[in-house]
Design a protein around this ligand. Sequence first.
Ligand SMILES: C[S@@+](CC[C@H](N)C(=O)[O-])C[C@H]1O[C@@H](n2cnc3c(N)ncnc32)[C@H](O)[C@@H]1O
Length: 350
Amino acid sequence: MSLTFAVAPLAVSPVLPSRASVPHRGPKAAPFAGAGATAVGAAAVVAAAVQRRGRVARRVRGGGEKTYVGRFDGTQKVEKGTTQGEEALAAEGTRGRSAAKWSVLSERIEGLAKEMYMLIGSIDPYCRDNSTAEGAAMKAIRQKMEDTDWAGLAESKTTMFSYGAEMSTDPVEAQFVKMLTYMKRPKQVLEIGMFTGYGSMAIAEALPAAGKVTSLDIDPYLKTWVEDVSKDFPEGKKHEIVVGPALDSLKVLDTSIKFDLIFIDANKAEYKDYLQTLMDRELLAEDCMIIGDNTLYVGYPILSETYDTQPARRDFGDAVREFNAWVRDHPKLEQVILPFRDGVSMIRLK
Ligand SMILES: C[S@@+](CC[C@H](N)C(=O)[O-])C[C@H]1O[C@@H](n2cnc3c(N)ncnc32)[C@H](O)[C@@H]1O
């Protein structure tokens, strides 16, 4: 379900206890996996990544429009600890209310609002608790992700950016991508933006025997983090991680390899450049399917600045809107944008 990231709000079920412990709120060193590499100019990319790491970090600290910033720390209202009591009061006050049980207008409005709240709050947990395609490697990644002190890693500058588990594809979206992989049966998959590799493990679990998924991520720490988990699973052998800025990595990928499935999920401001580079370098298989995540980016591409509750996101929202329009108007591309989680686009060559 990422500026780069969508910090999607958590739907908390007012009715259903969580069956699986899959909460999705709260909160990608090392050079390449060598053997059988996707024929990337590995050393070149690593060197570039190391050089740029300092530069990117400086840009980030100085602030800069459309520069990747990780999660949007500090843009949310600080919780004062009163929410639980207030929610309990509201639950008590609307107990038994429904859109059909009322005798005066105020009760009818309360009933309508209560049914909306019940449905809206229950959809995500219901889908999660009734989805069963999370495999063992995915589960191991998710559990480690939930146990990782992302704030501490950012504080100690171990990670390049501040991360949170909400930056990962959530269980339902990851299983959706896994199902697409089963349908597509790709030999070569490319993921741009890996984070903890929950999405790439979903893909790896569904790959045919000779299939391979290559993930590009800018943060060296994440490569080590993911490989520490994936080495214990057969899927790990199907997964290669290329460290470096994605645009640099894309420029050195071996053009004899054509990707059948591509998952774009890194810097939202760079989506157009990722796809343009893939097309210019003829890295797409003729019937390639491209999945773009966050193409509705918390609503910013749809709404005007008037509704910006987190103004720091506006440049990314505008970039996503430009990307969507660019794909829509491109003579060689067609897309469908699905209003699922933070918006998921399915794009193919005409
Ligand atoms: C939303 S997360 C990816 C989530 C992942 N696809 C999943 O399935 O969970 C975005 C990732 O993109 C990476 N990233 C951001 N800017 C990048 C860039 N310019 N090049 C490569 N990776 C980048 C971040 O380090 C982060 O790990």
